[in-house]
Design a protein around this ligand. Sequence first.
Ligand SMILES: Cc1ncc(COP(=O)(O)O)c(C=O)c1O
Length: 396
Amino acid sequence: MSHIVDQVSLGAIVQVRDRLLEQQARGQKVLRLESGDPSFDIPIHVREAMEKALRDGHTHYTASTGILVLRKAIFQKVTTENRLSVPNDDHVVVTNGGMHGLYILFRALLDAGDEVILPDPMWTEIAENVRLAGGKPVPVVIHEGRGYEYDPAEIEAAITPRTRAIFLNTPHNPTGAVTSPETLNAIAEIAEKHNLMLISDEAYEHVIYDGSRHVSIGSLPAAQNRTVSVFTMSKTYAMSGLRLGYLAINNPQILERIKKLVRCTINGVNSVTQHGAAAALNGPQAATRSMAQEYQKRRDILFSALEEAPYLKAFKPKGAFYLWARMEPEWPGYNGGNDDWSVTNYLIDSAGIGSSPGSAFGPAGDGYIRFAFSCSTDQVEEAAKRLPEVLSRAGK
Ligand SMILES: Cc1ncc(COP(=O)(O)O)c(C=O)c1O
């Protein structure tokens, strides 16, 4: 008997990680470029706030949508920085990471068979969470030739009577593309014309390079009342293991459903983490800026290395901490395989370098490789040193 959860994969990145950890256990040095976990420690004032919360006995159930001091800080941030029009702090909901926010959001939005338009390639968990909610992911390819910018006309052409929402992610995982305000505006107008919801995943809003600016689609007039914005502390404050995200929701009906789902899934995020998150949002933001600068340095190191290497052609990301690279037709293959997995396998076996095969991110990712440069600068430098040489040796 098949079950809805059987449609979800165990995850390509997990498979790569397990193999790297196995190599490491055998004493080999491995370079962890397969997954997007920031290498940095959390800012000191965040750690201190969490220690204080523990000492002060903040270890009990909290309001299930989040403690007031945190919701106030989030409300302040989303209305000033993201320029969202949520009416008050009751319209922001604290979730167990962005992932949990997305999971309950699709549950709250979709009835069986409802369609969600999403980019292809895209971080795998989006399509999987749509399916888990009984919905149907409708991938719209974003093209290398357009710098992975969304094509509003192609999005509009994918709309059917069953379409419920358009999902967007900028800066984008896996390509690192940053959507322009003009494109966001065009998509917002399409959503308004067809009366669709917009789901805006802004996990990488602060990981942005070359002076680019992050714009939240929910701030645009046509999108204001139809957007649910999804944020996380994982990337901005390197709080990935502490698990805290938040949703900003205008629509009262969706908000009510979300509150019910929070209660029935987690009934509130870890109380100590919530105090840390409030300190992160209310405190100095210098750490976030310096992390973005360090990511930009790593991006440049890795991008230059791939420019010197054969078989992979890298796209220079404007945001997020991923380098997306296309396999050239000359790639000689490995172990009898010729697809993106063969590159990932070759790099693990011959150099202990982690990556993700592009096909893990959807059909359009076939023939691409994603490197994450969220691991330490040392590891990125070492990978950059090894990659040109190890790729030159392929097939020999
Ligand atoms: C595009 C995107 N959205 C959301 C998330 C959620 O992250 P978290 O659950 O750690 O908040 C991630 C994590 O990698 C991501 O890449």
